[in-house]
Design a protein around this ligand. Structure first.
Ligand SMILES: [Zn+2]
Ligand SMILES: [Zn+2]
Length: 829
């Protein structure tokens, strides 16, 4: 062991005391201002890794800071405990999934406790216990009653390695999110949640999420994929049926020279039924369905099609156009049928060229106003309509409106919005998940399990063979049941729920973790929710973060909450890397938190992981880094040890400015106030925990430099004392054990974790003057002097009121104002 302060002893001691005094238990007290700080709960894989340490250390600093600021903080933790690794362990090593999971949780919990996190352990939730997952079942039944959960036969993503179904979100790019296997397609009965009913609202809700990273909102927006356009019906020739197409470019409809159906479109089979080439066409359709399903997740594919021999009528022109079936038309987007406009859509253009279908120009570029042919490629821009009957001469944007209105008044179409978002498939053919609470009866059909019969518990005497199909299917005592309605023989659903169901609402459970009448108690939830700060990896941007938003809206519509959004503020923390790559077992570039705690202590580990980069950036692990932080903590320890004599008698307190101070004393006093201000604002406003730590280090350096001179006078000693005491307080959210010990050693009886955060004197905390340059559209136009700590608001206002700037912006529209702290204002007009 290294020469150092006795961190092992100290860390154990304070963890014990905090626990005994129950200081981190959150009381449901509506009189107090609350703060809900949440980190994404871990999957109990067996060990806490550095990504966890980073995530939880960020949350712990914020929570401890808010406690000290006097807020009623709730800082819970739990376990995302269902899912496949436990079942795989059962298959491979014959270990019971529950035992495997609970053992892992016990170990990881001890690891978290060794890190000194301020969790309220009385609120711990564990999703693999019936007392949690019964509420998954309750929520499912509520959704089922309202048509938000439904069962249908459908093509699903199937991972051959995991032998289970995957949601679209889990099969992005054609690969299994868990094991990277190529995803296959299977048709089977499946349970879905109707998340698409909230598509619009999930998009609109983004306006409430100002404190989310821009790129996360964009990822969600693309995932939901809203398109505005029109639905138009093309009647079939010699038939009363019609084909409905969705188009975003109704202005090009006079150029629709054929219709295309998806091979999976219900009409595809029907239209070829009396074709002389029926069998050949059926073979083609069957093959295309398989291949399209496989390939549409992999991107480009060779475009192919077959002519059905049937025709449809363009409702605008009355023209008869052929109906083809094409492999690039997807059934699960729009209506599964499109009008092909080869002159103005590049994909249709390629198809028309290949099969020698007509290409008709109906949009001309605005500048030329002539339709020139033949085309080299499709002209996809907006322009002016030509060869478009009464609409010729209109500009595209105007035509889009007028033509949709025309279709509406004639009854063959209307404006419409469609989404890329699909309903969420939640059925999994695995054991270690929440049983879907449904019973199949020959007589009554699909019957929900009555609420009073919940939970439907997972049976324990199960064989894990790894063979195809759910292990639950092979447990007769589970499968065979009676129908709740007619009391006849019935069969229980053996699919279990996607574990993302569990994590979509766990943050509601924390507020009343032992509630027995509902998933959570609405009144208490109304006090604690929404979550004030949610911290976690950006890999959850579209899965978990969309599902949680969806569940919140469902709870709201059920009358259980009044909030619209669960996480108004999301802090996406960056990755932890080592040797230039994400830490992973397979790459062998792991730094183990346990080893680090043994060698340097939990405080040094926490300090380093927060010090090396701001939370949202990548963090590169380096052993030298933790050594440096460890040395700093030892220096602080030594400083207090050497200054013991300062701490007898009553303390002078901050704000009490001793008279007759020498210059050194005043400099240190100012630095102390400046540091309080900087650390408070870095934590509270910017989450720049790294710069907060460096300013504490600067304060330490100044103390070191001035202390011998200050010791010569009584006033100097008082300044020294209050500086050291404040240094301990400011450092305490980061390295709570060491600081708690030093606090005690400097004569304090109360717990530092419960001590009020210091205020600063604005006069003393004022920094030096700075020069701020003002730009308009990036060009330097003026500058002004200001205090170094000027706020963005003030910077903006002063810049906009400068005479020269006023002259430049008069009558112009200001698009935005960009401020760089203490340096620059750029006005964009
Ligand atoms: Zn897989
Ligand atoms: Zn029945």
């Amino acid at each position: 062991m290294k020469e150092s302060y006795p961190f092992q002893e100290i860390e154990k001691k304070w963890q014990r005391i905090w626990e005994e005094k129950k200081i981190f238990l959150a009381a449901d007290d509506p009189e107090k201002m609350k703060y809900y700080c949440l980190e994404m709960y871990p999957y109990p894989s067996g060990h806490i890794h550095m990504g966890h340490v980073r995530n939880y250390s960020i949350g712990d600093v914020i929570s401890r800071f808010k406690f000290m600021k006097g807020l009623n903080v709730i800082h819970p933790i739990g376990w995302d405990a269902l899912g496949m690794p436990a079942e795989n362990a059962a298959i491979q090593h014959g270990i019971n999934p529950q035992k495997w999971t609970l053992d892992n949780i016990a170990h990881m919990k001890s690891q978290l406790k060794r890190l000194g996190y301020s969790y309220d352990w009385s609120r711990e939730v564990n999703t693999c216990l019936p007392e949690y997952y019964r509420w998954n079942q309750w929520i499912f039944l509520k959704m089922f009653e309202r048509g938000l959960a439904y069962r249908k036969k459908s093509w699903v993503n199937w991972c051959p390695q995991c032998r289970t179904v995957l949601a679209n979100e889990q099969a992005a790019g054609g690969q299994c999110w868990r094991c990277d296997s190529a995803v296959e397609q299977k048709e089977m009965d499946h349970w879905f949640l109707r998340i698409t009913a909230y598509a619009r609202e999930l998009l609109e809700g983004h306006t409430l999420l100002e404190k989310w990273p821009e790129h996360v909102l964009l990822m969600q927006k693309n995932w939901i994929g809203e398109s505005e356009g029109a639905l138009i019906s093309f009647p079939l020739e010699d038939s009363s049926q019609a084909i409905e197409v969705f188009t975003t470019r109704i202005d090009t409809i006079y150029g629709a020279t054929f219709l295309l159906l998806s091979p999976e479109h219900p009409l595809s089979q029907e239209l070829i039924a009396d074709s002389p080439e029926k069998e050949k066409l059926q073979d083609w359709i069957a093959r295309s369905v398989r291949e399209v399903r496989k390939k549409n997740r992999e991107g480009e594919q060779e475009k192919e099609g077959v002519d059905t021999g049937k025709r449809a009528l363009n409702p605008f022109s009355g023209e008869k156009i052929p109906i083809w079936i094409a492999n690039y038309v997807l059934m699960d987007y729009g209506t599964g049928a499109i009008m092909a406009v080869p002159a103005h859509d590049q994909r249709d253009f390629g198809f028309a060229k290949k099969y020698d279908l007509p290409i008709r120009i109906v949009i001309a570029p605005e500048e030329s106003l002539v339709a020139e042919g033949p085309l080299e490629r499709a002209f996809e821009d907006y322009g002016v309509l030509v060869q478009s009957g009464p609409f010729s001469g209109l500009r595209s944007r105007e035509a889009v409106e007028k033509m949709a209105e025309y279709a509406r008044t004639r009854g063959f179409g209307q404006k419409s919005t469609i989404y890329r978002l699909r309903d969420w498939g939640i059925s999994r053919q695995r054991y270690w998940g929440t049983p879907i609470p449904v019973i199949y009866c020959q007589k009554c059909g699909i019957v929900g399990v009555p609420y009073e019969d919940l939970p439907v518990e997972l049976p324990h005497d199960v064989k894990f063979t790894g063979e195809e199909g759910s292990p639950l299917e092979k447990v007769p005592a589970f499968v065979n049941t009676t129908c709740p309605k007619c009391k006849g023989k019935a069969r229980r659903e053996t699919d279990t729920m996607d574990t993302f169901f569990d994590s979509s609402w766990y943050f509601f459970r924390y507020v009343t973790p032992h509630e027995k009448a509902a998933p959570f108690e609405p009144k208490i939830a109304a006090y604690w929710l929404p979550v004030d700060l949610y911290i976690g990896g950006v890999e959850h941007a579209i899965l978990h973060l969309i599902y949680s938003r969806f569940f919140t809206k469902v709870f709201r519509d059920l009358g259980y909450t009044s909030i619209d959004e669960p996480f108004p503020h999301y802090l996406a923390q960056g990755m932890v890397t080592k040797d230039g790559a994400a830490m992973s077992k397979s790459k062998g570039n792991i730094a183990d938190p346990d080893d680090m705690i043994k060698e340097y202590g939990a405080d040094a580990l926490r300090l380093f992981i927060l010090f090396a980069s701001p939370p949202e950036k990548e963090f590169a692990w380096a052993e030298e880094g933790i050594e440096g932080c460890f040395r700093f903590l030892n220096r602080v320890w030594t400083l207090v040890e050497e200054s013991e004599d300062l701490f007898s008698g009553t303390a002078t307190w901050i704000g009490d400015r001793p008279s007759g101070l020498a210059e050194d004393g005043l400099a240190l006093l100012k630095k102390t106030h400046q540091t309080i201000r900087k650390v408070s604002e870095d934590i509270e406003k910017r989450f720049h925990l790294n710069t907060a730590i460096s300013s504490i280090m600067e304060l330490y350096n100044l103390v070191k430099k001035e202390k011998d001179i200050l010791r010569l006078s009584e006033a100097g000693k008082r300044i020294l004392r209050l500086t050291v005491e404040n240094l301990i307080i400011l450092l305490s959210p980061f390295t709570p054990h060491l600081c708690e010990e030093l606090w005690e050693r400097t004569g304090h009886r109360e717990l530092l974790a419960r001590f009020p955060w210091p205020a600063f004197d604005p006069d003393l905390a004022r920094e030096e003057k700075v020069t701020i340059v003002v730009q308009v559209n990036g060009k330097l136009r003026d500058k002004f002097e200001a205090d170094a700590d000027i706020t963005e608001q003030e910077m903006q206002e002063r810049a906009l009121h400068l005479e020269r700037i006023q002259a430049l912006i008069a009558g112009k529209q200001i698009k935005k104002v960009i401020c760089i702290e203490n340096k620059l204002v750029n006005i964009v007009i």
